[in-house]
Design a protein around this ligand. Structure first.
Ligand code: DQA
Length: 142
């Protein structure tokens, strides 16, 4: 199967951004690891990162008919974006929502997600392993 990993705003700074919260691995490290894990699971992993909300909407639209599932960390747009929610609903691609940090341990404004009730499932607080966990979940899901 084909899985698209989408990372939203500021996740390009992974590894250098608040390492106590988000860890020291870079986004490139995380993505190359996911591609390698994907190979062992027979999953073709593609990746897009963008800081711009509308570009994320465009990436979701472009995925229609191309991928079986999405793994998305929408960053701060998680807590603000009706547009991303509508895009995911519009393309009808099943998705897993991932957050590196445990958003429920953090500020109240991070406790609400516009995506969660539309997601297959949500993984928070497992660090960058959350992406791998999502991938392994999708590999065994039928
Ligand atoms: C995040 C949590 C969000 O609240 C924050 O805005 C991020 C990263 C996470 O992966 O823990 O940018 O999605």
């Amino acid at each position: 199967q084909n899985v698209l990993v989408i990372n939203g705003p500021n996740l390009n700074l992974l590894g250098t951004r608040e390492p106590a919260v988000y860890g020291s691995e870079t986004l490139a490290d995380v993505v190359s690891h996911l591609v390698a894990v994907g190979q062992t699971l027979n999953i073709n992993v593609s990746h897009v990162q963008n800081n711009i909300e509308g570009e994320l909407v465009n990436a979701i639209h472009a995925a229609r008919g191309q991928v079986d599932a999405i793994i998305i960390n929408a960053g701060a747009y998680t807590h603000t974006s009706v547009a991303l929610r509508d895009a995911l609903a519009g393309v009808e691609i099943p998705f897993v929502e991932v957050h590196i940090s445990n958003v429920h341990k953090r500020e109240a404004f991070r406790h609400h997600s516009y995506l969660s009730d539309a997601a297959i499932g949500v993984i928070v607080g497992l660090g960058s392993y959350g992406y791998e966990a999502a991938l392994r979940f999708l590999a065994q899901k039928k």
